[in-house]
Design a protein around this ligand. Structure first.
Ligand SMILES: Nc1ncnc2c1ncn2[C@@H]1O[C@H](COP(=O)(O)OP(=O)(O)OP(=O)(O)O)[C@@H](O)[C@H]1O
Ligand SMILES: [Mg+2]
Length: 449
């Protein structure tokens, strides 16, 4: 069953239930209120008949004048003994006598219905002293009242049918109107599936102020993100192929050179072999870094353990100092900063940042550690070439290198900061870079502690 049909069926069923409930209540109220005066009239009449003392003596029950004086048109009056036998009956409408006599010990009444006409019967006990000896029953045809109640019943039934019909027609319209955005959403999704290209919902949809409008905005945001991801993925594959092709081309051309005429010339042979070795190393490095990047996408990439951050920082700093023969100063407000993290990856993070600071500057590099409330800030500060502000948004993208970095022949791939960002984010932290062209760079990492 479609959502629309379900909505219509549910709302109609609910409406029918409400109408039936209220109409029944209304019917019952009107019947009781309007029948009350008729009932009181007959009970009053019974009381006046009972005022005659002869009624209270069964010996007089055969006397013909006992009830006749009280009889008016469309009425019946009878005396019933305790065995249910009719002892006297007068009637001006035959149909009233058809009902079986009814013996009660209390005043009672009943409305009987035969075909479209209703009849009111009241019973009042007859006493002789303290002992009940029979029942006085009076019945009357409720001609006008029947008509009135019949009109009321028809009106209520017609009103119910009318209200349900109008409601169904109305809901056919409003469900169409209400579900239109869902159809549009479905169409857009199908279009995306069929064409394989991303599409967004139009402004008319997202400008709605209701939940569907919000759904539309979320949908468009999701599509934008997917588009961005696919775009990034494509760029990554293109960049990776490009980076891989360059050393391969160099290796190929040197190999060709050797093959053609380099074999005999020791100068050319030496140059070619060195170039081939150099490029192979670069290729190996690139493939290794790419593998790391791929690994960083995996769930269990990090092995969390308690880490003494200062020890990790000092060990990374002295390793770089030794390798590059440069000065690295570590400044900390605390001697010991314990955090939870992967010690290997944290060291790699520092090596990446120090590598950049060393590559892109020539003065001493500083590492500042500022433990805070729930976080610890690590800053790697250099006074090197820096970069333009408009480059900062791309700095953590894979394969991004500024032109200045490329011309320096420092041999990077532009993958260091992408890996650094992965490491920081997997630790639940953030990484930011602030830089002034020609003045220096500060990379700030915040980690939860
Ligand atoms: N401390 C810095 N000073 C100036 N520029 C920087 C600094 N750190 C990063 N950059 C710029 O950001 C770019 C990206 O840095 P990233 O570390 O990702 O790549 P890379 O150092 O060029 O190569 P890789 O780290 O893969 O060997 C660099 O090419 C450089 O242009
Ligand atoms: Mg780097």
């Amino acid at each position: 069953m479609s959502l629309r049909v379900r909505l219509i069926v549910l709302s109609t069923a609910w409406l029918i239930f409400i109408l039936v409930l209220f109409n029944t209540l209304l019917y019952w109220l009107i019947v009781n209120i309007t029948a009350k005066s008729e009932k009181e009239l007959l009970f009053g009449k019974a009381q006046s008949i009972l005022e005659n003392r002869k009624i209270h003596d069964p010996g007089y029950w055969g006397a013909s004048d006992l009830l006749e004086d009280f009889l008016v048109s469309d009425e019946m009056i009878r005396i019933i003994d305790m065995d249910g036998l009719i002892r006297q009956e007068v009637e001006s409408n035959e149909i009233l006598g058809v009902q079986q006599p009814h013996v009660t010990t209390r005043e009672s009444y009943a409305i009987k219905r035969i075909e479209k006409t209703r009849y009111l019967y009241v019973q009042v006990p007859i006493f002789a002293g303290n002992e009940q000896i029979g029942v006085l029953e009076i019945a009357r045809v409720l001609t006008k009242w029947s008509l009135y109640i019949n009109v009321l019943t028809s009106a209520l039934v017609l009103m119910t049918i009318g209200a349900v019909t109008i409601s169904v027609i109305g809901s056919l319209f409003y469900t169409r109107f209400l579900l239109q955005p869902l159809r549009q959403l479905n169409n857009t999704m199908q279009l995306i599936q069929q064409s394989g290209t991303f599409r967004k919902l139009d402004r008319e949809f997202t400008a709605r102020t209701d939940e569907l409008g919000k759904l539309g905005i979320t949908f468009n945001e999701m599509i934008s993100r997917l588009e961005e991801l696919v775009q990034k993925q494509k760029r990554f594959v293109a960049d990776a192929s490009h980076e891989l092709r360059t050393p391969l081309t160099i290796i190929e051309s040197y190999a060709n050179m050797l093959k053609r005429w380099g074999g005999g010339d020791p100068e050319i042979r030496k140059e070619a072999i060195e170039a081939i070795l150099g490029e192979s190393n670069r290729l190996k490095g690139l493939v290794g870094t790419l593998m790391q990047l791929a690994e960083s996408e995996q769930e269990d990439w990090l092995q969390f353990a308690p880490v003494e951050l200062m020890a990790v920082i000092r060990s990374a700093a002295s390793a770089m100092e030794l390798a590059f023969d440069r000065t690295i100063r570590v400044e900390s407000e605390a001697d010991s900063v314990p955090i939870a993290g992967d010690p290997e990856k944290l060291k790699q993070l520092l090596l990446i940042l120090l590598d950049n600071a060393i590559k892109y500057s020539s003065k001493p590099v500083r590492i500042r550690v500022v433990p805070g409330d729930g976080t610890v800030r690590i800053q790697v500060i250099d006074q090197g070439i820096g970069l333009e502000e408009n480059m900062l948004p791309f700095i953590f993208d894979r394969f991004f290198r500024t032109d200045r970095a490329r011309t320096r022949q420092t041999g990077g791939f532009g993958l260091g900061l992408a890996i650094a960002k992965s490491i920081v984010e997997r630790h639940g932290g953030t990484i930011r870079m602030a830089s002034r062209s020609g003045r220096g760079t500060i990379v700030t990492v915040s980690l939860p502690s």
